[in-house]
Design a protein around this ligand. Sequence first.
Ligand code: F6R
Ligand code: MG
Ligand code: MG
Length: 369
Amino acid sequence: MTTVSIIKADVGGFPGHSTVHPKLKEKAGEMLKDAKSKGIITDFFVGWCGDDLDLILSHNKGTDSSDIHGLAWDVFKQCTEIAKELKLYGAGQDLLSDAFSGNVKGMGPGVAEMEFEERKSEPIIAFLMDKTDPGAFNLPVYRMFGDPFSTAGLVIDPALHSGFKFEVFDVYKGRKVVMKCPEEMYDLLAIIGGRSKYIIKTVFPSAENGKIPEKEPVAVVSTDKLSLIAGEYVGKDDPVALVRAQSGLPALGEVLEPFAFPHLVAGWMRGSHCGPMMPVSLEDASPTRFDGPPRVVALGFQLANGKLVGPVDLFKDKAFDLTRQKSLEIADYMRRHGPFEPHRLPQDDMEYTTLPKVLKKLEPRFEKI
Ligand code: F6R
Ligand code: MG
Ligand code: MG
């Protein structure tokens, strides 16, 4: 069995919350190279999106491995030291605790990982987002595995025709539910449309898929919401996801197709605004306009006995130029609302920002009508 893990954190921005300093990437690369030479991991790639450092790791230690999480924690700790020396912005902000207890879950960093039997050929895509929250993956992941208008294979390919199962987390109540498409499509959409509360965590094939075992995950999203862990706003969640493709699964192009639509997501400026999700190359993954707009990078790999062959910077494709153009138009349109909804998040979601501190001050001024 092979495990692919993305473990990510913002341990300091340069400047402000815009990018990752090259020295942090360099340090992460050195440490992971060392871990590879010691056989702790099989392979790695140091990715980034905006101010987030995304460690993409392959290994055979399974999910929730304390070796792997411990390694990532050490990398983030060491990078934090460099961030402190350079006085980078928000140095160590996503490491919410000083003591590592075997698993990074609930400690600040985000995790998306899955264990599976590597197929004869195993294309895998790592999606890295910045300036948004995990709910930003609901629409594209649903469309990849549930929407026949986006994924042609759901209609045409007998393996996909039997559908997929979606495991959805209710992140406020700490509970989950599994729903199968196409049978329960309307029920699924009823909940995942509420993307601040319900988040698609994992996708599994149906029992009738015939190509991929029913118990093997085919897509996984990091669902960690920093605001829920810390109780108040401590930066954003900036989620990541892993998706397997081809041969009984959506084709590479079907996995990418949902991102041709720049859907509106939460998390722009101060984690408090809605804006369009813009697909970009690594080179363009530096959000600066109004600290955004939100963006996503897609890195494609072929797994070869655990080795990560790649990546190919998939959104570099000119075919996404029109989407980018559209994103910029939408960004302009949304910006003109200034502090008004729906550019600013709905009042309930503002709970986890710094706005309540302002509102508290106004409280004594209100009189009964
Ligand atoms: C953080 C982010 C930024 C900050 C904003 C204010 O990931 O996206 O928009 O929320 O720059 O940051 P502070 O309060 O640290 O000055
Ligand atoms: Mg930041
Ligand atoms: Mg970020």
